[in-house]
Design a protein around this ligand. Sequence first.
Ligand code: FNR
Length: 378
Amino acid sequence: YEIYLNGMTGAVPRLPTDLTRLEELTERRLGPGPVGYVAGSAGDGSTARANRAALDRRRIVPRMLRNVAERDLTVEVLGRTLPAPLALAPVGVLSIMHPEAELAAARAAAAQGVPFTLSSASSTPLEEVAAAMGDAERWFQLYWARDREVTRSFLDRAKASGFSVLVVTLDTPLLAWRPRDLDQAYLPFLHGVGTANYFSDPAFRAGLAKPPHEDLNAAVMHFVGMFADPGKTWPDLAFLREHWDGPIVLKGVLHPDDARLAADAGMDGVVVSNHGGRQVAGAVAAADALPAVARAVGDRLTVLFDSGVRTGDDVFKALALGARAVLLGRPYVYGLALDGQPGVEHVIRCVLAELDLTLALSGHAVPGTVGAGDVVEA
Ligand code: FNR
């Protein structure tokens, strides 16, 4: 109601409350390279479109007269109590969007009480992001480097900086075929953007003849060579389990059998995700993969979801399809591009306010009562 009350004085929000308009506004604001990188996806974009279509196809069937006067959005996720079933997804290279990059996004998440997931490929070293967040909830996303010492060093640093949950992204052992970036020959990493955690890492620097600022080219090539490892298999997870004593979540799981393997490997959760349609062109829509994964491991693992979430009602639908909580990707990145920390806060608050209203208007006082019977496939 704050927005309406402000409206009585003639003050309207600085950014639209229809978050689906943010992409178009960002496109107008920034050059084609950065926006192409963020908005773009793999192949002809069909996976990203399928993500949206799969959510749009599900329609909420509201229930009436169920006393929703007092609502409580808190949920238990991976042993912690979150104020709502929402966290910010890991997104790398945020400095291409805004000079304050991850610091602005992390501060916004902290101010709104939602967990911030910091990408391995951030443009700000993890220690600086942690320092900006006080004791607010933060998760660290690992791109699982080829080099064991670098991986171990990342885990040690993340732990020492108060990151509680390790999110291991499995769907990016290689960067996918992304025509918008290919056509513009735009890859931020090749300019050293998104390498802050690596260039500041002692184990990484041990592999260089000269410090990164003295030979950027060699440092970037070293980064490209170790960034990820397509040779990894399920037994390799034992190394991470051994070196991380908090919850581990595998991001990018779409097949129920992979979810079972995650549980067998002692993992704590999965993120059902196709990386926002940026990796496998032609992949199953994440929302279409979610119910089978939830059925397979819902009693053994915490099932999280991302890819295509734009609004509060999308969050509701993800809960109905079996997710415990949802990660938000591109919308907060557009909020960041358009208005820095306040822009990210605007996006979070819009999603949470809409979720709260969708729950109430659909007959739910808490997220936990939302289930398969609350949506139909149209
Ligand atoms: C991402 N994503 C991502 N994931 C990850 O694990 N590590 C990363 O560094 C990045 N970087 C990244 C950059 C950009 C520009 C985008 C758009 C996405 C994927 C992200 O975490 C999430 O899975 C998707 O963004 C979810 O889809 P939506 O909400 O953007 O449709």
